[in-house]
Design a protein around this ligand. Structure first.
Ligand code: ADP
Ligand code: MG
Length: 302
């Protein structure tokens, strides 16, 4: 599979006085994927976005857009970004506001209706901005960022402050834009947002990358079995002697056996039955992204 690099970040560091907001951060963004920068408040997400968008000066390291042969200024004409609260003229309509954005950006006004349609605001195109809900304002900001047909759309905490319906609608719009081929980079402190929307994730803590890669490969975890039987003592012995299993814990009559390598539930059931153990309970589970996230962050010192 051929890939095209949109953004390359090498050993980026940003210091504000004695605070290191971003520390030796490296990652690349390939065309067509949806990337999440995930981390708690203050972990350096907005600073990272600010640096690559030329609104924050880096301290050390470097980054380049596309193949590295264009200036950042030129490259940013091919980027759409929303890193602040949507800010439009309250007494102007959506159309009027977007026409103004086109003039400022020097792009054609032909695509205004097409972009309003993508974000579901076409019917409200002649309503004044001040009559919009926060969710609609955010959707208008997305339409605005799409006016130059960007190759990548960058969003900083796009669902912050929205109600559940507003959150759902923004996530659906992001997925739709991604499915049409636009690369996405979004910063979020919400695990479930990254899990629902992103194919790839960079996890930050205190400005440092803890993990970078596919969301579905976040931890090389094979999951675990929850088991019960009439002969738990014998069962634990068998599991301990089987090389597929690592840690085994017992709580009351429930045994939890963690896998070191793949093993299917029907294989385990057959194997145990052949050894004379009849299970009364068999559940195979994988850790949720949340549990994996906690494992990753807890494995780091301080
Ligand atoms: P996030 O977006 O993940 O919440 P930020 O990038 O905003 O994190 O902040 C990272 C760290 O840098 C925090 O400790 C924050 O207080 C600090 N910081 C961010 N912007 C500034 C600034 N302009 N001046 C001083 N410190 C800042
Ligand atoms: Mg932020």
């Amino acid at each position: 599979m051929s890939s095209e690099t949109i953004l390359t970040i090498n050993n980026l560091t940003k210091k504000y006085g004695h605070i290191t907001a971003v520390k030796d951060l490296s990652f690349t963004i390939e065309k067509g994927n949806v990337y999440g920068i995930l981390g708690p408040n203050g972990s350096g997400k907005s600073t990272t976005l600010g640096i690559v968008l030329n609104v924050v000066n880096k301290t050390l390291g470097d980054f380049h857009w596309f193949d590295g042969n264009v200036s950042t200024h030129e490259a940013l004409k091919r980027v759409g970004a929303i890193i602040e609260r949507p800010n439009f003229y309250p007494y102007m309509t959506a159309i009027q506001n977007l026409k103004l954005v086109c003039k400022i950006k020097g792009v054609s006004q032909d695509k205004i209706e097409e972009k309003l349609k993508i974000v579901g605001l076409l019917e409200r195109k002649n309503s004044k901005f001040r009559t919009y809900s926060l969710g609609m304002k955010q959707r208008l900001a997305i339409a605005s960022a799409l006016l130059n047909d960007p190759e990548i759309l960058i969003l900083d905490e796009p669902t912050n402050g929205l109600d559940p319906e507003g959150i759902h609608s923004i996530r659906e719009i992001i997925k739709k834009i991604a499915s049409q081929g636009t690369t996405i980079l979004l910063a979020s402190h919400l695990l479930d947002e990254v899990e629902k929307v992103c194919s790839h994730v960079v996890i930050l803590r205190k400005g440092e990358k803890l993990y970078g890669g596919r969301v579905d490969e976040m931890v090389a975890s094979h999951g675990f079995f929850e088991l019960k039987s009439e002969a738990n003592g014998e069962l634990v012995q068998l599991l301990e002697s089987h090389n597929a299993f690592g840690k085994i814990t017992t709580e009351g009559d429930l045994i939890t056996a963690f896998l070191n390598q793949p093993l299917k539930s029907n294989e385990l059931n057959k194997l145990l039955f052949e050894k004379g153990i009849v299970l009364s309970h068999l559940v195979q589970r994988k850790e949720s992204l949340e549990e994996q996230f906690l494992t990753i962050t807890q494995n780091q010192s301080n």
